[in-house]
Design a protein around this ligand. Structure first.
Ligand code: ZN
Length: 355
């Protein structure tokens, strides 16, 4: 028998977008395997994927088609225009439908998948061999400026919110898919955005800065009393993409006891910013090394972007996580790799949500 894979808690996946794009008919395949994509329950078990933040992301394009940025991000330089704001009612309905699919999957899983609300839930799942799914809202486009709809999302299980995706909404401005570019690429939070951050603090909902502009990031840093969290972002010093974080941003994350989840999306890993899956594991190791140097050994985790991005062929899908874990062990040793793979995320969730 091979050794059991090292457990991983992951900061970001887009499984729910894939399920929603197929009108829910892959919930069974997610549980049993065979659906394609990056993530399903059998492959999660094989790869040690113990749980993560499961995003509801409402795309601006038809979810059955490829994302328009995918074609553009093969060029040597690119500046994908921000899509216009979503219709808030559509954004709300779509996101709530995705969270309903996650609950359906958990119900149909006979204990293999659990929707988690606390760090204790997540830890219990690890002990039981249950996949721990934390609902995350990627872009609060479906919440109104008065925050009245926040209750609906909390009732749907949401424990983590990114105020914006890479487009504008009433809360602020997202950072474009632009390469090369600094992350200071547009306005930050609106007054409603600051109010959303304060209200998330009060309700102990995690606030994710990953798709914010640099100005929006510093707005959150000024307003929030919780650890700063970038669920799926990389080091701008290594890949000068607008979606990546400067060393000053990483140091601010360290200063609050927060975390950055290293993103496996090749466009945020590669020196040339291009979508090309022929990207060695070494690039992930290099980013982790840089993130550790600036966000600290407590401040780095995984943020795979499985089912939402092109990842290195060397990882392939969730079953390939042990190959990355082995590369990290070779570079950083077992104890630190265990913290990067699982422990750091759990500490931040405990601090953010309360034990
Ligand atoms: Zn994202």
């Amino acid at each position: 028998m091979p050794d059991r894979p090292m457990p991983v808690f992951d900061g970001h996946n887009d499984l729910l977008l894939r399920l929603r794009a197929h009108d829910g008919d892959t919930v069974r395949a997610f549980l049993d395997g065979g659906a394609g994509g990056h993530l399903d329950v059998p492959r999660a078990a094989a790869g040690g994927f113990a749980g993560g933040l499961f995003a509801a992301f409402v795309p601006s394009h038809d979810p059955r088609a490829a994302a328009p940025e995918d074609a553009l991000m093969r060029a040597p330089a690119y500046d994908v225009p921000l899509p216009p704001p979503l219709d808030p009612d559509t954004a709300r309905d779509e996101a709530l439908a995705m969270f309903a699919l996650l609950r359906d999957a958990a119900t149909a899983s006979a204990g293999a998948v659990r929707v988690c609300a606390t760090a204790a839930d997540v830890r219990a799942c690890r002990g039981a061999g249950t996949l721990a799914a934390v609902p995350h809202l990627e872009g609060a486009d479906g919440i109104d400026a008065g925050l009245e709809r926040l209750d609906e999302f909390e009732r749907a299980g949401v424990r983590s919110i990114g105020p914006v995706w890479s487009r504008p909404n009433v809360f602020g401005h997202g950072v474009p898919f632009r390469f090369p570019s600094p992350p200071d690429a547009g306005p930050g939070l609106t007054d409603a955005g600051r109010a959303l951050v304060r209200e998330c603090n009060r309700r102990r909902i995690l606030v994710d800065v990953s798709h914010l502009t640099e100005r929006g990031f510093w707005d959150v840093a000024r307003v929030s009393d919780a650890p700063l969290v970038a669920t799926h972002s990389n080091a701008h010093a290594l890949t000068p993409h607008a979606r990546n974080l400067t060393d000053a941003q990483l140091e601010a994350i360290r200063g609050t006891g927060g975390i950055v989840g290293v993103n496996f999306a090749v466009s945020f890993l590669r020196e040339d910013g291009r979508i090309d899956a022929d990207t060695p594991l070494e690039r992930v190791v290099r980013h982790v090394e840089h993130l550790l140097a600036h966000a600290g050994e407590d401040g780095v985790g995984f943020g795979s972007d499985f089912d939402g991005a092109t990842v290195p062929d060397a990882i392939g899908d969730v079953a390939g996580l042990p190959r990355l874990v082995d590369a990290l062990r070779a570079a950083f040793g077992d104890a630190l790799t265990e913290r990067i793979a699982y422990g750091n995320w759990l500490r931040v969730l405990e601090r953010t949500w309360g034990a």
